[in-house]
Ligand binder design. Structure first.
Ligand code: SF4
Length: 382
């Protein structure tokens, strides 16, 4: 089993309360059993486990600091964590952080620069877009504090490395052009757009039915804006679809047929499945084996039958997907989007028609540019 990413939950609590958050507001309450912050003892065990694994896997892997909100750990514990991780992982191993940006200070930016940790900030768009769902604990706006955090990164002498980009959850009722242009104003070198969590038993916000394509239409408009821009930032989701349509490979799970190995380490050191599965049902991200960085060898965990079964969940099992001409590009979507009570993950993505609309649009735009679509993809261009 090849591992691409070890995602470490360094905090199980958050300083804000986004209404769509899969960790706290989609029915799973596992976070309540976890320590609020990763302890120094767990950090030491994690660093030892990662060091040993790095000596056993030839391929580099990324370590992502995640939460909750990772910066709730504060500067001193962050320094302890980064010292331990960098003692285990040379600089060629990427370490990054996904943060809501509100606790970013010059001191934190200095630490990240010193330990070569790039920072991606979550923001959904201009203030009215962001503040529809990304709210403080009392329902207050978060936008200005997030932008202040982004400006800490932008004004740092090492900003070109530090400021990795923005992560945005799509609101299909907002204007994609306004969001794109705003992110460019903020100097984002890279933007990643995400579908909202949801499934066949719990239709995502803004999506009327399985047959509708609100998100695909939104992304198709974004594609037009993106392709018209002579100086665009990277938009990973669109780039991956373009590359896959031309016969290449994507770089992340949820699209295409690439193998993507991801393991999660909780604040108590427990190893769990991709935490986005939490939105399917309570406990969906738990293994039956009680693995922990304190007692288990990572190579043994990743080589186990149960871990392989979890990994194989990425490949769609639905007969509809297996026969679908879009499969090589779409990949059947993320497992969490395939969930239906009763049929579990044996379904096409709830975003099936969104994917088809977008992939058709990409094919059409590429063909208009005289480019040749991968002949393995028998798709209709829009
Ligand atoms: S477009 Fe729909 S049916 Fe085709 S692979 Fe994707 S989710 Fe499956």
């Amino acid at each position: 089993m090849r591992i691409d990413t070890v995602l470490v939950k360094v905090a199980s609590r958050c300083n804000i309360n986004c209404t769509y958050c899969y960790v706290y507001n989609m029915g799973d309450d596992g976070w309540q059993d976890m320590p609020a912050l990763i302890s120094r003892e767990t950090i030491t065990a994690l660093a030892d486990a990662i060091k040993e694994f790095a000596s056993q896997q030839d391929q580099l892997f990324a370590t992502v600091l995640h939460g909750g909100e990772p910066l709730m750990m504060g500067a001193r514990r962050l320094e302890f964590l980064l010292t331990a991780l960098r003692d285990s992982l040379p600089a060629r191993y990427p370490i990054s952080m996904q943060t809501n940006g509100m606790l970013l200070t010059p001191e934190i930016a200095d630490l990240c620069s010193r330990f070569k940790v790039s920072v991606s900030v979550s923001l959904d768009g201009p203030k009215p877009v962001n503040d529809r769902f990304r709210l403080g604990k009392k329902g207050e706006s978060t936008h200005d504090s997030v932008v202040a955090g982004i400006n800490v990164l932008r004004s740092h002498s090492d900003s070109e490395f530090l400021y990795a980009g923005l992560l945005s959850v799509i609101d299909p009722v907002c204007d994609p052009k306004a969001v794109y242009e705003y992110f460019k104003e903020l100097g984002a070198p890279s933007i990643d757009f995400l579908y909202r969590d949801g499934n066949h038993s719990n239709m995502p916000y803004g999506k009327e039915s399985f047959e509708s394509s609100e998100y695909g239409d939104w992304l198709s408009c974004l594609l037009d804006v993106y392709l018209a821009d002579p100086n665009p930032p990277r938009v990973r989701f669109l780039d991956d679809i373009i590359k896959l349509s031309l016969g290449g490979h994507g770089i992340k799970e949820g699209l295409g047929d690439a193998e993507y190995g991801i393991a999660i380490v909780e604040t108590d050191g427990t190893i769990s499945k991709n935490d986005t599965l939490k939105s399917s049902f309570n406990g969906a991200d738990k293994f039956t084996e009680a693995w922990s960085v304190k007692a288990s060898k990572l190579a043994d965990v990743f080589g186990s039958v149960e871990f392989k079964m979890y990994h194989d969940l990425q490949r769609p099992t639905s007969a509809t997907c297996k026969a679908c001409p879009y499969l090589r590009v779409c990949g059947g979507g993320m497992p969490l989007h395939r969930w239906r009570s009763g049929a579990e993950y044996d379904n096409p993505s709830v975003y099936c028609n969104d994917q088809k609309a977008l992939i058709s649009k990409v094919a059409s735009r590429l063909q208009n540019e005289g480019l040749k679509i991968d002949p393995r993809i028998a798709i209709q261009s829009a």
